[in-house]
Ligand binder design. Structure first.
Ligand SMILES: [Zn+2]
Length: 376
């Protein structure tokens, strides 16, 4: 009796396995072209594949993407209807994203009016920024995914130039504005102010400030994602069009802002080595909404922060990555990362925001929405 019961279960199990296998088989059918489909006499040949055809699917583990699959995936990524298709790499990255330390703290205070948070669980988190400012819900937002394979290569390019990058300012104002650490240079004369021109820019853009976005650890932090990789930190050097009298006036204009973004990668060969000596000033602005003036004797030129401007770079039209998210930014994102040590990253991660540690202050990637990304 017992044997009969097992036998019945085995038959049922076999039947179920067959039924679940059968529809999967259809997925292995190659997509034949239209004249193949139009010819009914050849249709029966679809399943008459050589046995080796099925064998290639028997190999264990995920297969690397072919060039076609990769192209299809990139097309899907840029399609607003399939913003995040099933993507094992992205899922893995998400799974590896650690819970920010501030999660485990006491209940969060209610957000102040007009303020924004980088925590998706907050009422004013990144996906609700459009409530803080409607323009954050626009179609040409930043940051985005930057992919070498889908970017349009610019062959006849004007060189990108940063003039005055060795000029020293009178003082530098370092601010913890609650969302980032911001360095604003105070110039003795207007002529000292560094100027960015060439590349995708039609006019001269004047340097305003630089600030950073970083992660709770070195697996996350950058705003742009370069070939599916997030870097531990990203610097933004903000320039405004010299046609306008100030940053505030320029940022409202369609050609008002240019931002140069550079990634940082960890240099772990000498733990105690100081690569970016200016990070020592961060300890003066640990408290949210605090500031510190770096006197002339301690000031440093842009050259000391980013070096030469001679790397291949992505360029696209996007927005400020914090509210009000104005879509007036020509982005220039370098493909060659700068170096930072873990010790220096710790100085960033020690900073405080009004709701806890200032970490993971990067915005999630936004839809491309038919924009084109150029590689210079
Ligand atoms: Zn920024």
């Amino acid at each position: 009796m017992q044997l009969l019961k097992w036998h019945g279960q085995l038959i049922l199990l076999n039947f179920l396995m067959f039924m679940s296998w059968r529809p999967c088989r259809g997925l292995n059918v190659p997509s034949y072209d239209s004249n193949y489909r139009a010819n009914p006499t050849r249709r029966s040949a679809v399943f008459a594949q050589p046995s080796s055809y099925y064998d290639q699917y028997a190999a264990a583990g995920p297969k690397p993407l072919t060039a076609d699959q990769r192209r299809a995936k990139l097309t899907a990524l840029s399609n607003p209807d399939f913003y995040f298709p099933d993507d094992p790499e992205a899922d893995l990255a998400e799974a590896n994203e650690p819970e920010p330390a501030l999660e485990r703290q006491r209940a969060r205070p209610a957000p102040a009016a007009g303020s924004f948070s980088y925590n998706e669980k907050d009422k004013n988190g990144p996906s609700h920024w459009y409530r803080v400012d409607a323009r954050c819900g626009g179609r040409y937002q930043s940051p985005i995914l930057l992919n070498t394979s889908s970017a349009l290569l610019v062959n006849r390019k004007r060189p990108l130039r940063l003039d005055g990058q060795t000029n020293l300012p009178q003082t530098i104002l370092l601010q913890n504005d609650g969302h980032s650490a911001k360095f604003t240079y105070n110039w003795r004369t207007g002529a000292d102010r560094p100027v960015l021109r060439g590349g995708p820019l039609k006019t001269k853009y004047l340097f305003d400030q630089f600030h950073f976005h970083w992660g709770v650890n070195s697996t996350v932090g950058s705003e742009h994602v370069y070939d599916y990789q997030r870097y531990p930190m990203e610097i933004h050097l903000v320039f405004y069009n010299g046609l306008y009298e100030s940053f505030a006036a320029a940022r409202e204009q369609v050609d008002g802002i240019a931002v140069v973004g550079l990634f940082y990668e960890i240099y772990d060969h000498a733990v105690d080595e100081q690569l970016n000596t200016w990070t020592r000033f961060l300890r003066n602005v640990v408290e949210p909404n605090s500031q510190h003036t770096i006197e002339f004797i301690d000031t440093f030129p842009l050259y000391e922060v980013i070096g030469d401007v001679e790397w291949p770079y992505f360029s696209y039209e996007g927005s400020l990555t914090t509210p009000p998210c104005l879509e007036t930014v020509t982005w220039i994102v370098a493909t060659k990362p700068l170096l930072v040590t873990e010790k220096e990253m710790k100085q960033f991660r020690r900073l405080q925001s009004p709701t806890g540690l200032m970490v993971n202050n990067y915005r999630p990637v936004q839809k491309l929405n038919h924009r084109r990304v150029f590689l210079y």
